[in-house]
Design a binder for this molecule. Structure first.
Ligand code: GLC
Length: 541
């Protein structure tokens, strides 16, 4: 196979957010330093060496700003502060300094869609109809018979409109009623939020993960959303309607561009967008001429069935839909989705790790996935997540995938000396970081090997992607660049299978395998892949 002409071109210097690996760290559950049972900034500082050793390049820390914690920090009361629960501004400055000192980057969460109802802006807006900040939020008179202004639903259940008795109008909230949505049609809101972002940029943060980017602007006429004919009762009530007027409006791209103009004033900062949309809509968030988000989060690995054929198609569609110069990215887990090892099982979670770290594009890892942490069953009377509490009959609590890191086999897995805010998994005595550090076959050792190889080989972190072959079990593709070519073969089933290389004229040697005994093996006409197996083969050129 000859490299195509267009593929021989010299690659421009790659930016850190293209070649690097991002790690999401859910602050409440990472490491507690003061025994109150909740993770904090000092706790993170004490674990930076672990993250460095793992090989990640950038930490994304979930919200640590002042908050009543109705949605565990995604209800921000003051965006330029640190909640005492997580420490102080000095602690943050130290975290940033120590992260940078280790050659890593740090990005923070930016929550521009809504504030807490305890935010000074909302308190003012709510105080009277003619308050100058009234229009910073979305207020509407009651419809006929005092009804809500339209049929929009909140993500966490119920109507998205809340009646304010004092001023006799409804306000809109896409999430909890304690999270009123900002009005992004008001230019004063732009200025105010951009100033807050500038505060963190001036401190030296390396970028933002922008919360619910696709929600930012709503239809000007607040038209009713249409019904969803495919709705099933077990789903969140929000899914009863198709949110065509409440999300993903064309004007959202102007807002994203404003944010991007701001981050572009600084050197090598990145704007990441949280966006749950089908691929063809998702890629519009790269913006006109790529002046939108550099990394609109791609949640395909998180939201799709674990099926090799479907994946092969989805990857190709995604690669094909990317705008010119648009850089891909892949997300394996986050604090809103069931853990990988629970969704697809521990054996396939290893295959997923190899996929994440060999696909073209920036990988984002979720804390704990590197040791195969699983969802933890949280008894009903211990549920804390508002999504679980608001729709109790639907089993939607996100607590199970937000449990504390299992560091070692000591009390509370070394996470806290106090009572952890969320119970830990019973399996932590066996499944923990310390145990895995000493085991060359462990998930953690696998992650380290894959990360080290990805860092070492330009073909893997910056090279081209070419699909090769897929069937009911296999997914295979090539990564190539700087004079090297790797064939990755993944077995997404638990049955052994064979890859026939003859028709492609491939020859090569297995460099890294999910079953170590395959390493060093030569591939001539074909090669066998064990169930739950995966191979990275260096091809002869
Ligand atoms: C995002 C966050 C989620 C939060 C929601 C509301 O989806 O990831 O955790 O509940 O926004 O801010």
């Amino acid at each position: 196979m000859q490299p195509l002409k267009s593929q021989k071109k010299d690659q421009p210097k790659q930016l850190w957010w293209k070649t690097g690996i991002i790690y999401e760290l859910y602050i409440r559950s990472f490491q507690d330093s003061n025994g109150d049972g909740v993770g904090d900034l000092k706790g993170i500082i004490s674990k930076l060496d672990y993250l460095k050793d793992l090989g990640i390049d950038c930490i994304w820390v979930t919200p640590f700003y002042k908050s009543p914690m109705k949605d565990f920090g995604y209800d921000v009361a003051d965006f330029t502060s640190v909640d005492p629960l997580f420490g102080s501004m000095e602690d943050f400055d130290k975290l940033l300094k120590e992260t940078h000192a280790r050659g890593m980057k740090l990005i923070v969460d930016q929550v521009p869609n809504h504030t807490s109802d305890q935010h000074a802006w909302f308190k003012e807006a709510r105080s009277s109809r003619d308050n100058p900040k009234r229009d910073w939020f979305i207020w509407k008179d009651a419809g006929e018979d005092g009804k809500e202004p339209n049929n929009w639903l909140a993500m966490f259940g119920g109507s998205a409109w809340e009646w304010d008795k004092e001023t006799e109008q409804y306000y809109y909230h896409a999430f909890l009623k304690e999270q009123p949505d900002l009005n992004w049609r008001n230019p004063e809101v732009h200025q105010a939020v951009l100033e807050e972002m500038r505060f963190w940029l001036e401190k030296g943060v390396d970028g933002f993960r922008v919360d619910v980017m696709w929600h930012l602007i709503k239809d000007e006429y607040l038209r009713d959303n249409p019904d969803n004919p495919d709705y099933k009762e077990k789903e969140p009530t929000y899914n009863r309607l198709q949110p065509v007027y409440s999300t993903d409006q064309p004007e959202v791209h102007d807002v994203v561009e404003l944010m991007r103009d701001l981050t572009d004033e600084y050197n090598e900062r990145v704007l990441i967008g949280e966006i749950y949309l089908p691929t063809h809509q998702l890629v519009t968030y790269y913006g006109h001429d790529n002046q939108g988000a550099q990394l609109p989060f791609n949640f395909l690995l998180l939201t799709m069935d674990w099926d090799s054929k479907k994946f092969a198609i989805a990857i190709d569609k995604y690669e094909g839909a990317l705008p010119n110069e648009g850089w891909p990215n892949w997300v394996l887990g986050n604090h809103d989705q069931s853990r990988l090892a629970t969704r697809i099982g521990p054996a396939q979670a290893r295959v997923a790790a190899m996929m994440l770290l060999t696909l073209r594009g920036t990988p984002t890892l979720y804390y704990g996935d590197e040791i195969g942490m699983e969802d933890v069953n949280i008894p009903k009377d211990e549920i804390q997540d508002p999504q679980g509490l608001m729709m109790p009959d639907k089993d939607l609590s996100r607590d199970p995938y937000r449990t504390p890191v299992q560091w070692d086999d000591s009390n509370n897995a070394g996470f806290t000396t106090g009572d952890p805010w969320l119970r830990l998994s019973d399996n932590y005595k066996k499944l923990n970081i310390k145990a895995q550090q000493d085991d060359p076959e462990s998930m953690l050792s696998l992650y380290k090997k894959l990360i080290a190889l990805r860092k070492k080989e330009p073909a893997l972190h910056s090279g081209l992607y070419r699909p090769v072959y897929s069937d009911q079990q296999l997914l295979s593709y090539i990564r190539e660049g700087e004079g090297k070519r790797f064939l990755i073969i993944l077995n997404l089933s638990d049955r052994d299978c064979r890859f026939s290389s003859e028709r492609f004229n491939f020859k090569g040697t297995v460099l890294l395998a999910l079953h170590a005994e395959s390493e060093g093996q030569k591939m001539n006409k074909s090669i066998d892949i064990k169930g739950n197996g995966g191979l990275i083969i260096e091809l002869e050129l």
